[in-house]
Design a protein around this ligand. Sequence first.
Ligand code: AHR
Length: 869
Amino acid sequence: MCIKVSPAFSLAFALVLALPMFAIVPSFAQRPSPVAQWNFEEGTGRDTSSSEVGNAGTLQGDAGWDLGVTGGHALRLSGGTGFADIPSAVVDTSRSFTVTACVKLHRANGWQTLVSEDGTQVSGFFLQLRGDSGEFAFTNLSKDDPASDTTLAGSKVDPLPEVWYHLVGVYDAAAQTLSLYVNGILQQTTVCRSPWRATGHTIIGRGKYGGNPVDFAAATIDTVRLYASPLSAPEIRTLYAADLPPANRSLDTVRPGTMRIDSSRPGPPLSLSQHGLMTEEINHSYDGGLYGELIQNRAFQDDPKEPVHWSVRQDGGALGTIRLDQDQPIAGTALTTSLRLDVTAAGGRVGIANEGYWGIPIRPNTTYQASFYAKGAPRVSGPVTVSLESADGQTVYARADIRGVSGAWQHYRVDLKTRRAAPVLGRFVISVGQTGTLWLNLVSLFPPTYQGRPNGNRPDLMEKLAGLKPAFLRFPGGNYLEGDTIASRFDWKRTLGPLPQRPGHQTPWTYRSTDGLGLTEFLQWCDELKMEPLLAVYAGYSLNQYRNPNPERVLPGPALRPFVQDALDEIEYLTGGPQTKWGALRIKNGHPEPLRLQYIEVGNEDNFDASRSYDGRFAQFYDAIKAKYPRLKIIATIPVRSRVPDVIDEHYYLPPRAFEQDVHHYDHYDRRGPKVFVGEWASQDGNTTPTLNSALGDAAWMTGMERNAEVVVLETYAPLLVNINPGAKQWDHPNLIGYDALSSFVSPSYWAQEMMVTHRGDVVLPATVDNAVRFADSVTRDSSTGVIYIKAVNWAAQAQPMTITLAGTGRIMPNGTAIVLTSPDLEDANTVAEPRKIVPVTSRLMGLDRSFSYQFAPHSVTVLQLQTK
Ligand code: AHR
């Protein structure tokens, strides 16, 4: 056995010799020593030795030799059958340990385990490249069982092929954490509470899963070490510096690329109508979001037992109680449950307080419209006081009195005007000062709304939506359209007319909708943002069909007919004139103009329908709609054989890396088949609002949709909105725009979309990119202005220099513009506290010509705007 001096050891030794004698230096005794270290310097034969006594290994399968990172030799693995086998468990994986390796991948995708220790069924740890995310990771399964929970410390480094990386995995038993370092930098630390001891072989170049060898690495591996202790960050940095010479570090690797744009061969035409918005009631998108209403549970129907979101206030010795009362319905309305306030002792005030949707936003110099139904027993002789207060009731920002509340239900309105004060989250209170009983219903509070529309929308959110220049609105959902049951579908007829007529309904997203934002309000929303409606109609499938063993089903045939008729009525509601039944009702409801409607979507995600009845259901809708409205284009939610849909709706929720790797998805779609509506898409990286990492995936995906605009005729990101308060959201994945009651912010993904959409042009130009890795692009031209837009996503961690050449174009003006979205850390995101942490930055470009150089920033979305003459 030949005992070698490790590079780290020699570097430390050299450093110590170079230090002045009085310096305090760590003693060698304190430096951690590996239990085993394989340098793979043999370069021949089938054996490989460890620098420590024991732990020699043998090369298996097609494993062979390669050049090492510092010259010398390394272990070469083809991804086939090869690995190095050390016939013992070198470290006890139930205790602290550290594993290090220098790795050069020959392909930077797929599952590849670089170092592991065999259990019976799975490896005790995996230092690996993951096939699902494309990331390096240090992974642990909680048991020797493939079905057990996975914990991993991942990495946002973009692994490049044929580039050396220094990987270190640390399991710290005291801290109960897994950590992964790449190139000396901590990537992630994750809680790991379930270590177990793998007792099989130590393996370099594959893992074990389901009792079988898996994840064979296609890589060259050098200098692998195992320590029986958790190395510290400084120790790991020292190892990195010693193991990887600067010339071999990935971040220093730059490949100049070329982009050739040919203006003489324009591709498919582009139109602004490709991009729209998709919305539904999820994450309190409407109630507690876009819909202006500030009172939560205004009609006391959110919970049949408790007046949730309401509390009783008792000041100055006065006493009272509140409860729901189903015995005082308001005749001729859907208001069947009221709130009963019994005041048993006077002296101060007794009232009811509403906490709103995680606070009532109280802004200075603002007029709020409060309204409610009330009646008393006996009649209320004193005033009923309405106030906006701080959450503790100590400060009253606005108050008004209503007098003459009688013993019969009546509707009351009053304005509440605040004066100067900082915006605060407070509460809304209705109180009285005398004994007796007061019943209340439909208690409402509206702040100023977008364009001042009564029962309208929240201005800051509408402005943000307007910034995306949406051409259409896909509504009403999503799962919200389908409902959990047939009865709780989006039953549009029950969302019309004056608010007291709307019963509201249970949504599939765990809470009730007031339906204050009902079908007419969707149309008003379209008007306000100049969007066309893209109407999704309920098609007989509700979610319980896959959640419930005995689901209700609507199958094609007579049972479906009422739903088809409902869809025809709904189309008439949107488009009919005054002579039609439903058009006349729309006019009566305050929307005189018929809407321009081009697309009808039949259902949503019918691939989940276990009855497999969509083909028949679609045909029934298709025939009826086409017969009455032959010009409408009909969207199917999955491919069907019975009819040829005009468009098919495809949904993609994928990790950013998967989007990046799939930017050519539509390049090869059949141009003669149905067009595509990408009706839901978003890159998901485990956050609730997108990070820069997600934005890069989203932007890359958008370049593919834009380049293939003749196939992808419509696209909408989803979900659009999220109330970020704990308890308010159901979609624990990225949502485009976040808010609480007072503030809102847009995500980097919003900005990526905004950059793409507001620099659109009307035709795609062919562009050929060579020598760039992790790069996506779409080049377009605006024929009316002669502006060329080069949109590019560089998701590599290094800058991408590029020589850009334009052929077939007139003169390029020397000055142009670059708009760049980036941030130092892929995990960076905008928040309520830091809403503008990541925003696009615009700068001037000079010296442009038909050929020019530009360096795309690391982890960036860029739009270059060039003026041709
Ligand atoms: O966008 C969130 C949900 O995802 C939609 O409601 C549904 O269509 C999809 O499954």
